[in-house]
Design a protein around this ligand. Structure first.
Ligand code: SF4
Length: 306
């Protein structure tokens, strides 16, 4: 499915200089644009040129995001992307298309240690081992720097210091390292319909799955909360924990709001099914409140924001 989009790209001006034999090889190895996006290493191997491979990958990503329902749906999905549907269905779809290669790489790595179909018992054993060795608990970051800004932790005030324009996701990472409760963590994968779902809970105990998020203010917290609940519920559904525990840090007030509730497996399963149908275009995406489009990185591709 979806070969026509890949064929159209390989006939375009942009690939004029690529030898026909290489194009034939690409069509032999890949059957959709999404299958190329999912395997950047294989693309580089076929082309034998890292720079060209990077250019083609980026052009194909641009093409793919412009034809959301006209190619193969991603097969490897992250719980963090699925939960974003509570912010905006379309953003969750765009993010899943962009990030599939990362989840596939994580899956490939984990399969070596965990096997293709690990059970909940396997993960429980892994968690006990982590707890016994205190692995992955108590991790603390001091500062994170990017090209646009820097965030660091001030030990005296117990708050973060921002310089320049730090990426909110990077800022969130630092806040999480200092303010989140510490529990053992693992990365897991489970099959659902024809997908592989990958998750990395912020913490797991026998009783609950934990998710920590930070947001700028009280108003936004009401929109981040459903995303966090959905993410924790996905973890609880797959790892069969009876409860979810959510904490949202509000940057303006330095307050941490905590929500604990029973996991609803039936609702999570319905959400997962809905998302798989959304990805393939079988179900229509619901447009979000317009203000959410203001800073969205997918505006260029999205009809709703026009
Ligand atoms: S531009 Fe708006 S509708 Fe489109 S993906 Fe972004 S938030 Fe969603």
């Amino acid at each position: 499915m979806g070969t026509h989009l890949l064929r159209a790209y390989l006939s375009s001006e942009s690939t004029r200089k690529i030898k026909p034999a290489i194009k034939a090889r690409i069509l032999q190895e890949f059957n959709s644009v999404q299958s190329v996006l999912r395997a950047p290493d294989l693309l580089e191997q076929v082309l034998g040129n890292a720079e060209l491979s990077r250019r083609i990958w980026l052009e194909l990503l641009d093409l793919r995001l412009s034809h959301v329902f006209d190619d193969e749906s991603p097969r490897f999905l992250g719980c963090s992307c699925i939960a974003q549907a509570h912010w905006c269905d379309l953003k969750a779809i765009f993010t899943s298309l962009c990030k599939e290669y990362g989840f596939k790489a994580a899956y490939d790595q984990d399969v070596l240690l965990q096997g293709e179909r690990p059970t909940i018992e396997d993960y429980n054993r892994l968690l006990s081992e982590r707890l016994a060795h205190a692995d992955n608990v108590g991790f603390t970051l001091e500062a994170i720097e990017t090209s646009r800004g820097r965030v660091s932790w001030d030990w005296e005030t117990g708050r973060i210091v921002q310089e320049g324009i730090p990426d909110p996701r990077i800022r969130g990472e630092l806040i999480e390292a200092h303010r989140a409760e510490q529990y053992p963590q693992i990365r897991f994968h489970f099959g659902f319909m024809d997908k592989i779902i990958i998750g990395v809970p912020d913490g797991i105990t026998d009783e609950f799955c934990y998710e920590f998020k930070s947001t700028q203010n009280e108003f936004l917290h009401w929109y981040v909360l459903p995303v966090a609940k959905s993410q924790a519920s996905l973890y609880a559904y797959f790892l069969k924990r009876p409860r979810i525990r959510i904490q949202i840090h509000i940057l303006d007030t330095d307050e941490v709001k905590t929500v604990v509730q029973e996991a609803d497996y039936a609702q999570t399963e319905a959400e997962l099914t809905r998302f798989v149908e959304l990805l393939s275009g079988q179900r229509e995406a619901i447009p979000p409140r317009r203000w959410k489009c203001g800073k969205c990185e997918f505006q260029k591709y999205c009809n709703v924001s026009r």
